[in-house]
Design a protein around this ligand. Sequence first.
Ligand SMILES: [Zn+2]
Length: 423
Amino acid sequence: MRTVIDLLLRNAVLPRTTAPVDLAVAGGVLVPAEGQEARETLDLGGRLVTPPLVEPHIHLDAVLTEGQPRPNVSGSLFEGIAVWADRVPDLTHDDVQARVRKVLRWQLANGVQTVRSHVDVCDPQLTALRALVELREEVRGVIDLQLVAFPQQGILGFPDGKALMEKAVDLGADVVGGIPHYELTREDGVASVEFLMALADDRGLLVDVHCDETDDEHSRFVEVMAAETIRRGMAGRVTASHTTAMHSYNAAYAHRLITNIKRSGMHMVTNPLDNAVLQGRFDTGPIRRGHTRVKQLQAAGVTVAIGHDSVMDPWYPLGYGDPLQAAFVLAHLGHMSGAEELPRLIDMITVDAATALALPENRLRPGDPADLVVYDAPTDVDALRLVARRTLVLRGGRVLARTEPARTTVTWDGVEEEVTFLR
Ligand SMILES: [Zn+2]
């Protein structure tokens, strides 16, 4: 007897291909599409389909606070930290939840189904973390939220910093964070990494550290993270974010470091939007780009994902929570315009970002969950070029977000014609 499946998606184009295929959904998972009869059929018209986007690095507690309590006039990282420190006392449970709910909707509309958010725990009340722990339950089944206990002002350099980190973990943080380059001394930075790795190891948690986010070539805490990951056998569970100082290391040291990162099984996250505007601030020219060594890390076999970092906060006044916009920027700043590199940028916001967050693999094969995203573009490179809108976002075969494709016409010599921006 033939069974009727739930949904058939006709004419989908998968990454790195151009020929359309059909995708079939039954019971929330993908099944072989041949010869299937479905209750509902959608013709995607030759549009790109990818696994869900994954946001591996954002600060949800700070989103939409740009200008509060005052603007960041210089636009620098350090003025941003000072502005944020003055905003933290005004945080309330409802204020955090209202802003985060809005941005999570933006992210979902952009196809994001998993978000790792750093949450500042340099607050004796831990107001933002409590609000986000509650929201994590509210959005379960729609967006998976991973919360990082992030000590914005340091662990050893902030009053009761260690106790706050432990309390944050007790309250339900999934991931242990840190900021060693911001501690008072090099020794404190090393001690902070040793402390946070032990905390994560003891509690069976993941690690994601803001590490070496500076142009100082002497900032060398990723090596401490790699050493601790090797000693503790925490391969696959540890991520270093930003690591912009790597840009300025000498080639011999960078080679040794990348070899040890690979050996440790650590993952890396680069944040091209924020770091494009925050790094190189002390340079008078030439101004360094201040990004980590993405291509060298990838060539060594290290997983590198792209994070958005900020949406309209004291550090970055722009953005609408779209990882594709961050990938577009990295294509330029990371010299990733090569024919093999452009599709890689889509991996870095989907499957590679999933790996960085220790999520199960989804390659849109039969048996994988029917979690997927449809773009208003015919190929992966066109999606990147146009920063194309996502027309459909499915999770377990259910539609979670929908966008009507824009239609543009131009009137020339009295004749109105449609423009698609496709060659
Ligand atoms: Zn960050």
